[in-house]
Design a protein around this ligand. Structure first.
Ligand SMILES: *Cc1c(COP(=O)(O)O)cnc(C)c1O
Length: 331
């Protein structure tokens, strides 16, 4: 724990984020549902990447960087939050972004987060679908260095052992809130993509000695592949903090039944989940991450795999800024 507290961090987000009851959606699902509102972290619409950026930007400052480079889809929430944090702390920011086939045309290319990247004043490189965006980002970093700049490359989703510390911190924050409100939860449900959110949460729960199961609903790959990705990152986080990586054993659970055809491509169930959540709780989800995770939670409740009357916490990781890119999918 002490080694965790020594990790450098900038304060960017509104913390703690609210922990809220959802009585109308709870009644519909036959469970007691809580939302942890990480869509309310504050900066430029908020979302889960802000917590990771608190550690990543502190690291970038320590290394004397002047330019942030990161990678994502055109509608990347991570790219938007990185662009906003760069503006706030005076970094230049260059985004390496890739189109996602199967998404609505026109709006996906120009609306939602694409508009916000532009508004935030960063440079966007659109990499053709067939090219490797990681290779592209590496050569961009080399080019910036040749120009005398000091680039700092943030991996996709901000998910490495540094960025994930933001979710270790979130787990500790949540444990405190549950204590204060005398609440007990049976499971935490979260959308999982680049894995840093789930891995960080698990690291925090392990360090605190709190045994709450975390179910990741995948947004881009089968459950077994996602579990491997989360496990590897969790082991790296534990190692960074001088802890035994074997503490990760048996902790990682991911369900790959709800991501549909591929990352960023809508499913009918996610559109229904978004609509239901909006119309019962006034909470906005998104088609890429939280809508698919909520579709999973709803289905698991309906099939009785999540027990009636149990208390489930849904970590709302944000993303509604991408909704305008998907207007036509709702029609
Ligand atoms: C990035 C993102 C996630 C997934 O978090 P990872 O740490 O990449 O697994 C979930 N929800 C939203 C809205 C996101 O932008």
């Amino acid at each position: 724990m002490s080694s965790f507290k020594q990790q450098p961090r900038l304060i960017i987000s509104h913390q703690p984020t609210p922990l809220e009851q959802a009585p109308r959606l709870s009644a519909k699902l036959g469970i007691n549902l809580l939302f942890k509102r990480d869509d309310c972290t504050g900066l430029a619409g908020g979302g889960n990447k802000i917590r990771k950026l608190e550690y990543l930007l502190a690291d970038a400052q320590q290394q004397g960087a002047d330019t942030l480079v990161t990678i994502g889809g055109l509608q990347s929430n991570h790219a938007r939050q990185t662009a906003a944090a760069a503006a706030k702390f005076g970094f230049n920011c260059e985004l390496v972004l890739q189109d996602v086939p199967g998404t609505p045309r026109v709006d996906y290319l120009t609306n939602g987060n694409m508009f916000l990247h532009e508004l935030l004043g960063v440079t966007v490189y659109q990499v053709p679908v067939k090219e490797d965006c990681h290779q592209y980002a590496n050569s961009l970093v080399a080019r910036l260095q040749q120009q005398g700049k000091r680039p700092y490359l943030i991996p996709i989703g901000g998910s490495n052992a540094v960025g994930s510390l933001g979710y270790l911190r979130c787990a500790l924050e949540l444990i405190e809130q549950l204590d204060e409100q005398a609440l007990k939860i049976d499971q935490l449900v979260v959308a999982t993509g680049s894995a840093g959110t789930q891995a960080g949460l698990l690291a925090g729960l392990i360090i605190a000695g709190v045994d709450i199961p975390v179910l990741g609903i995948t947004v881009s790959r089968p459950g077994s592949e996602q579990e491997q990705l989360v496990l590897t990152l969790l082991q790296q986080i534990l190692q960074r903090l001088g802890l035994d990586p074997a503490l990760a054993n048996g902790k990682v659970h991911a369900n790959g039944d709800y991501y549909g055809a591929s990352y960023g491509v809508v499913t009918q169930d996610s559109l229904n989940a978004i609509t239901t959540t909006a119309q019962t709780e006034g909470i906005l989800l998104d088609p890429v991450y939280t809508g698919k995770a909520m579709a999973g939670l709803i289905d698991l409740c309906q099939r009785g795999i999540i027990a009636k009357g149990s208390t489930q916490l849904f970590l709302h990781t944000g993303g509604s800024q991408a909704l305008p890119a998907y207007i036509s999918a709702f029609n």
